[in-house]
Design a protein around this ligand. Structure first.
Ligand SMILES: *[C@@H]1O[C@H](CO)[C@@H](O)[C@H](O)[C@H]1NC(C)=O
Ligand SMILES: *[C@@H]1O[C@H](CO)[C@@H](O)[C@H](O)[C@H]1NC(C)=O
Ligand SMILES: *[C@@H]1O[C@H](CO)[C@@H](O)[C@H](O)[C@H]1NC(C)=O
Ligand SMILES: *[C@@H]1O[C@H](CO)[C@@H](O)[C@H](O)[C@H]1NC(C)=O
Ligand SMILES: *[C@@H]1O[C@H](CO)[C@@H](O)[C@H](O)[C@H]1NC(C)=O
Ligand SMILES: *[C@@H]1O[C@H](CO)[C@@H](O)[C@H](O)[C@H]1NC(C)=O
Length: 362
């Protein structure tokens, strides 16, 4: 019974390629590169017929054997409506819609829990289009039990599963079978509960300049709304920021807070800021949040000449913001290695000093 539920729940259409025309009596499928034989109704072997494809007579290069049309080495452009006629009368005898495609390949499966400890979802995709309607059958097993699988309302190749228990040491096994008229193929994925936990990125990230503080930015954010129980399953955060004019990020890892003051910003420079989240114990980092931009407070109006000087005086990096090294294995996606704080300051200074010297020499 459980199996029936899972099978019915998650039959999802992959791609609607060609609509089945209403005027076809039946539909026939052929595999790319194979030879396809179409039979005109149930006519006898000595019947003499002619064929049309999409309304035009089929050329002589296709072989005809009595009531049969044989297409060799078919390709996608053989897809169409084939109608056959008996030679004596002009009445259409049968209309066959021929669809050319390929059997499914093993689907690629990814599973993730962004709603830990409630549940997880799995999504899958075909490595290659099959050109014909393909459905998917999904089975999830845990501790020798079939779990209920619910189809996602918005994403067509996605299903949801509730964790039957938390902190389970039994692995989960997901089996996705792709089925179409030309064949089927299954793939399975086995994983532990803890390995698939990956929250959504933090939300509503803001960065605000602080009045009279030319080197500060106050960053705050909210935990992802999809994370169901922040009190019992707290998240930690990873903040990265850089001035637009520089390539390298600075990083800070934080827990028990959803705000942080950047205290080593370069005065007057526009910053780009992002935050990622991770369960404090298990799983991997979320993707980065949407980038926010902010510029520290500056005294207005700024005389153009003194800009360099302001930068020079405030160019000393305070040790207040501790830059922590990136956790390498499970760091947020697309993250660069940590910035060497000291080296950064030195290069920055040497450039400034060079600039100053040049100014003095002039
Ligand atoms: C493919 O599926 C769609 C949606 O269910 C259906 O309308 C269409 O007729 C199907 N095409 C074929 C060739 O079966
Ligand atoms: C079948 O057709 C393809 C192109 O559609 C061609 O590359 C291939 O050589 C053909 N095979 C045979 C056996 O004719
Ligand atoms: C179908 O495509 C093959 C190459 O893939 C080409 O040789 C052939 O002429 C095409 N047939 C039609 C009817 O367009
Ligand atoms: C024949 O008709 C089908 C269905 O309308 C269409 O997809 C196909 O491209 C047509 N083929 C040719 C060779 O005209
Ligand atoms: C996956 O499910 C299909 C269809 O139910 C089945 O034929 C296949 O044996 C299963 N594969 C595994 C590894 O369980
Ligand atoms: C950041 O600075 C503001 C004002 O300077 C202060 O009110 C706030 O508590 C600070 N936040 C943190 C997380 O230190």
């Amino acid at each position: 019974m459980a199996n029936l539920v899972t099978s019915l729940c998650c039959v999802v259409l992959a791609a609607v390629v060609v609509a089945y025309p209403r005027n076809a009596d039946r539909i026939q499928y052929g595999r790319i590169g194979s030879d396809v034989t179409m039979q005109c109704g149930s006519l006898d072997n000595d019947a003499s017929v002619s064929w049309k494809m999409n309304g035009t007579y089929v050329k002589a290069q296709h072989s005809l054997e009595g009531p049969r049309l044989i297409l060799t080495n078919v390709s996608l452009n053989h897809t169409g409506l084939y109608t056959c006629f008996q030679k004596q009368d002009d009445d259409k005898h049968e209309a066959i819609f021929l669809q050319i495609g390929i059997p499914p390949l093993e689907p690629t499966i990814t599973c993730r829990s962004n709603t830990y400890p409630q549940g997880f979802y799995c999504s899958w995709h075909q490595q290659h289009s099959t050109y014909i309607n393909t459905t998917f059958d999904v089975e999830v097993q845990h501790n020798q039990r079939s779990l209920e699988v619910k189809k996602d309302l918005f994403h067509k190749n996605r299903c949801h599963v509730r964790f039957p228990e938390v902190f389970s040491s039994f692995p989960y096994k997901v089996n996705v079978t792709a089925i179409n008229a030309l064949g089927k193929a299954s793939a399975t994925k086995t994983f532990e509960e803890s390995s698939i936990v990956k929250p959504d990125p933090p939300e509503r990230v803001t960065a605000t300049p602080i009045r009279f503080n030319p080197r500060r930015l106050e960053v705050s954010w909210h935990s992802p709304a999809t994370w169901p129980d922040i009190d019992n399953f707290p998240l930690k955060y990873f903040l990265r920021y850089r001035p637009l004019i520089r390539e390298q990020w600075q990083h800070v890892e934080l827990s028990d807070t959803t705000s942080h003051n950047i205290t080593d910003a370069y005065a007057g420079k526009e910053y780009i800021i992002q935050v990622a989240a991770k369960d404090t114990e298990i799983g991997t980092w979320s993707d980065w949040s949407v980038a926010v931009h902010a510029t520290p407070w500056i005294e207005e109006p700024v005389p153009v000449v003194s800009t360099t000087e302001v930068e020079f005086h405030t160019g000393i990096m305070t040790a207040e913001t501790k830059t922590s090294p990136m956790p390498c294995s499970n760091a947020p996606q697309k993250a660069e290695p940590p910035v060497g704080g000291a080296a950064t300051v030195i290069t920055f200074f040497s450039r400034l000093l060079l600039g100053m010297l040049l100014l003095l020499l002039m």
